[in-house]
Design a protein around this ligand. Structure first.
Ligand SMILES: [Fe+2]
Length: 201
């Protein structure tokens, strides 16, 4: 058992049986804030408020991501801002070519959204493409997130997908950030919950 989990048992005064009865797997997962990741070079501030990131005729495998933003006790956070950005089907961000910078008013495969009263967010996109990190080495497919909520420490992180063969050798990917995708109509769907911590003081 990890230290944080053990502390949680002690402070809540609940024994193992009681925690299992409450759904221990999720309860324990909520005790730790989401693992932070590097921002990377491709974030753009001021992405539009939208939950449909794709444009008409967008190439790629349709993907819907949904989840909740929670505090470390598992309480949903209303009004948290979820800012996401990703590569297109060919592994390109809209701002990764200095010779062809994007229109400042056009944000492709980027968006911000706010969680509802139950902490839920959701967006429609496509499965991000692979891109080369160093010669012959690809980053696994991933979606970048910055999640913030008043009174909590914001987190910059990345979401990965189970079964991606590039995860094993990626220096950034972490198991807690890898989700399972399921078929949903003609596309894929997955759930990614994010946990924010309160500041230390
Ligand atoms: Fe990236």
């Amino acid at each position: 058992m990890e230290t944080n989990s053990r502390r949680q048992f002690i402070t809540t005064g609940l024994g193992t049986a009681a925690l299992w009865a409450l759904g221990a797997t999720q309860a324990l997962a909520w005790t730790k804030p989401t693992v932070p990741q590097v921002l990377g070079p491709y974030h753009r501030k001021g992405a539009p408020w939208k939950t449909r990131l794709v444009e008409a005729g967008e190439p790629g495998q349709a993907l819907q991501i949904r989840g909740r933003v929670l505090d470390t006790n598992g309480k949903p956070l209303k009004g948290a801002v979820v800012d996401v950005w990703q590569a297109d089907d060919h592994g390109h961000y809209d701002n990764d070519d200095d010779n062809h910078p994007p229109d400042p008013d056009h944000f492709h495969l980027r968006g911000q959204m706010r969680t509802d009263a139950n902490g839920n967010y959701a967006f429609d996109s496509i499965l991000p493409g692979l891109y080369e990190m160093s010669p012959g080495v690809m980053r696994p497919r991933h979606i970048h997130y910055i999640v913030s909520c008043p009174g909590f420490v914001p987190v910059t992180t990345q979401l990965y997908f189970e079964g991606d063969p590039w995860i094993a050798q990626d220096p950034f990917a972490r198991p807690s950030l890898v989700i399972k995708l399921q078929k949903a109509g003609a596309g894929l769907a997955g759930v990614f919950d994010i946990v924010l911590a309160k500041p230390a003081n």
